[in-house]
Design a protein. Sequence first.
Length: 231
Amino acid sequence: MIRVASLWKTYDRADGPVHALCDVSIDVEAGSFTTIAGPSGAGKSTLLLALGGLLSATSGEIHFRDLPIHRMGDAELAAFRRDHVGFVMQSQSLIPYLTARANVALPLALQGVARSEKNGRARAALDAVGLGDRANHLPRELSAGQQQRATIARAMVTRPALLLADEPTGNLDPELAREILAVLRNLNREVGTTVVMVTHSPEAAALGTVRLRMSAGTITTIDAAACASPA
Ligand code: ADP
């Protein structure tokens, strides 16, 4: 689904250039659940942002199916993200004065989906993450874990082929973190969404069908789960 070839990203900073990605090449198969672990500063978030068309690399290529992401301009990238990618980021927050359902419906408004269809799809996305009974609640009326589930529902409501998650369990206690991981794993298994997740947590990283480790801008380990036996 995604092919990354010889990707470099250098940030120019006042104190000198920082090579965040150094010749990274990976393939992400459709239907896989890829986890990216590694120390802080390894380049994990930079790689995720590049995959989602949110950051332009210094050189190298990224293809999503047949689309050359690395050659797209801003308008094409915006359309690519709108139509194909869901983002779940740690810092991302729900809009405080909108109900859970209205928050989840926002990406559909960007796609011009009719109001009647929007409400039904937002409700279905909330049901899928176990929040159907909280549709009319404001974010402050939801627990941290429920808020993160609503964020996942918002990322999934457009049925993107690709879900990119950056430390989606970072702020949560272990119990809630497990709950959120189960929601993501379920979307991958049941809906077939391809997931790429950056994480510090070894427990979260272990969930991957493909487990990458990064260090100093390079991929140091690729570990793929053995094929499940047919019977
Ligand atoms: P990780 O997600 O593994 O913690 P990052 O991708 O956030 O790593 O960062 C990789 C390197 O790039 C770090 O040295 C970081 O300080 C630097 N970096 C990240 N974003 C920026 C930016 N916007 N401007 C300058 N340097 C950055």
